[in-house]
Design a protein around this ligand. Structure first.
Ligand SMILES: Cc1cc2nc3c(=O)[nH]c(=O)nc-3n(C[C@H](O)[C@H](O)[C@H](O)COP(=O)(O)O)c2cc1C
Ligand code: SF4
Length: 388
C-alpha cells in the first residue's frame, strides 16, 4: 500500500482569487467535456465518504438527456465528529458556489440547491448575502443558473442522497431503492448531481491550479488533499487540511497526546483502529477512507462507553423503514448491555456479530449497512473492555 509522510496543505481555505469569481468566469469559457475530463484526470473522489469519482458522476449526468437537470450541494453534515462543511460555507462559500455553477454548466442544470443541515440555520443570512453577489456575477457571465437554500429536516439519514431528494420534494426523508441513482432519476425524477460541500470546493481548487498539479498530491488511489476534523483526546482539535495517504501512525504522532489507544476513522459509520494497527493503516481509499472525522481516544476512555454511544446514536437515527436496521440497531444495543451486566453469556457476542454482518448485507441504506463497522472493529480490538 502506497503511503507518505504527513503533510499540511492550504488549498481549501486559501482566499486566492476567490474575490470576484475569476475561476468561475474563466472555466465557463471552456468546453464542458474538456472540463469534465480535467476533473477526471485530477482523480477527485467524493469527499462525503462514499468516494465515487466526481468527474465520472458529472459525465454520466451530462449524458442523461432530460427536460432539466439539478445540482445539489449536500450540506447536511451529520456524521459524528465532522464539522468541516460548516467552516467551508462560512469561510469560502464562493468556492462551493463556483463548483456548483461549473457542474451546472457541464451537466445542463439551471437550478442548484444547498441542502443545509437544520442546525446551521444561523448561517442563512450570511449565505443569502453571498448568493445575491453570486447571482449578479453569474448574470454578468451570461449564465442562467440560480441557487437556493433548503433547510434540512434535522436527521442523519437526510444526508443520504436519495432521502435528501424526498425531503426536498416535501416527504419524510427516507432512502429510495437504488438503482435508479440520482444522476439518472433524481429530484422530481430529473437527472441530479449530488455532491458534498468539500467536493464542490475542491473542484474549484482543481480548476484553479489544474488537475496535473492537484494530482501530484496524495497517492494514485487517493489523489489530493482533504479536510480532517479532529476531536477527542487531542491537543490540536479542529480542522486540518492534509495530503491523503499518510499512515495513522504519522497522524497520531502529530495529533495524539502520547497516550492514544485508538482512533475512530470516519465517525460512527467508520472503523475503530487500535494502536497495534496504526503503522499499517493508511488514511485514504487504499486503506481506511474518511469523510473527515477523526476521533482520538486515549487510555482513560472506556471503549464500552464508546461503543454504547455509537449504538445509541444508530438506534435514534435509524429511519425505521427497513427491519434489519430498525430492529437490528436496538437488538445490538440491548445485547451488549445484557452481556456487560452478565444477563447474557459472553458467547452471545458472536450472535450479535452475526446480526451486525447480516445488517451489512440486508439493510436498505448506508446507515444500517455501516453499523457493523464500529461494532465489529471495537469488539474485535477491545474485547476485554466490552465483555467484562
Ligand atoms: C446515512 C447517510 C448519511 C449521509 N450523510 C451525508 C452528509 O451529511 N453529507 C454528505 O456529503 N454525504 C452524506 N452521505 C453520502 C451521500 O449519500 C452521497 O454519497 C454524497 O453526498 C455524494 O457526494 P460526494 O460524491 O461529493 O461525496 C450520507 C450517506 C448515508 C448513507
Ligand atoms: S438502513 Fe436504517 S436508515 Fe436506512 S432505510 Fe433502513 S431503516 Fe432507514
Amino acid at each position: 500500500m502506497e503511503s507518505h509522510e504527513l503533510k499540511r496543505i492550504d488549498l481549501i481555505f486559501s482566499n486566492y482569487t476567490t474575490s470576484k469569481y475569476k475561476v468561475l468566469e474563466r472555466t465557463l469559457q471552456r468546453d464542458p467535456d474538456e472540463i469534465i475530463n480535467e476533473l477526471m484526470d485530477s482523480g477527485l473522489k467524493g469527499r462525503g465518504n462514499a468516494g465515487f469519482p466526481t468527474g465520472l458522476k458529472w459525465k454520466f449526468a451530462r449524458r442523461n438527456e432530460a427536460e432539466t437537470h439539478y445540482v445539489i450541494c449536500n450540506a447536511n453534515e451529520s456524521e459524528t465528529g465532522t464539522f468541516k462543511d460548516r467552516e467551508i460555507l462560512e469561510r469560502v462559500p464562493r468556492k462551493v458556489l463556483s463548483g456548483m455553477a461549473i457542474c451546472a454548466y457541464c451537466t445542463g442544470a439551471r437550478k442548484g440547491i444547498i441542502y443545509l443541515r437544520q442546525e446551521y440555520a444561523y448561517m442563512m443570512e450570511h449565505l443569502q448575502n453571498e448568493l445575491n453577489i453570486f447571482h449578479q456575477h453569474v448574470k454578468e457571465f451570461n449564465f442562467d443558473f440560480t441557487v437556493e437554500i433548503f433547510l434540512g429536516s434535522g436527521s442523519y439519514v437526510s444526508g443520504e442522497e436519495s432521502a435528501m431528494l424526498d425531503s426536498i420534494e416535501g416527504y419524510r426523508a427516507e432512502p429510495r431503492n437504488k438503482p435508479p441513482y440520482p444522476i439518472t432519476k433524481g429530484l422530481f425524477d430529473m437527472p441530479t448531481v449530488v455532491n458534498n460541500v468539500e467536493t464542490f470546493a475542491t473542484a474549484q481548487v482543481i480548476f484553479r491550479i489544474g488537475a496535473e498539479e492537484y494530482s501530484k498530491l496524495g497517492t494514485p488511489l487517493s489523489p489530493g488533499s482533504k479536510l480532517f476534523t479532529l476531536s477527542g483526546d487531542t491537543p490540536k482539535p479542529g480542522i486540518h487540511e492534509l495530503e491523503l495517504g499518510m499512515t495513522l501512525q504519522d497522524f497520531v504522532k502529530e495529533f495524539g497526546d502520547n497516550n492514544t489507544k485508538a482512533v475512530q476513522v470516519g465517525g460512527a459509520s467508520g472503523y475503530c483502529i487500535p494502536q497495534k494497527l496504526f503503522a499499517e493503516t493508511v488514511i485514504g481509499f487504499e486503506g481506511i477512507p474518511t469523510g473527515g472525522s477523526m476521533i482520538l481516544f486515549n487510555n482513560s476512555r472506556s471503549m464500552y462507553k464508546v461503543l454504547h454511544e455509537y449504538l445509541r446514536f444508530f438506534t435514534e437515527e435509524s429511519c425505521g423503514l427497513c427491519t434489519p436496521c430498525r430492529i437490528g440497531t436496538q437488538q445490538l444495543l440491548k445485547g451488549v448491555e445484557a452481556v456487560k451486566k452478565g444477563e447474557r453469556p459472553v458467547s452471545y457476542i458472536d450472535v450479535l456479530i452475526k446480526l451486525a454482518l447480516s445488517m451489512k448485507s440486508s439493510a436498505k441504506c448506508g446507515l444500517g449497512q455501516s453499523v457493523a463497522n464500529p461494532f465489529i472493529s471495537i469488539i474485535d480490538n477491545f474485547k476485554e473492555e466490552i465483555l467484562y
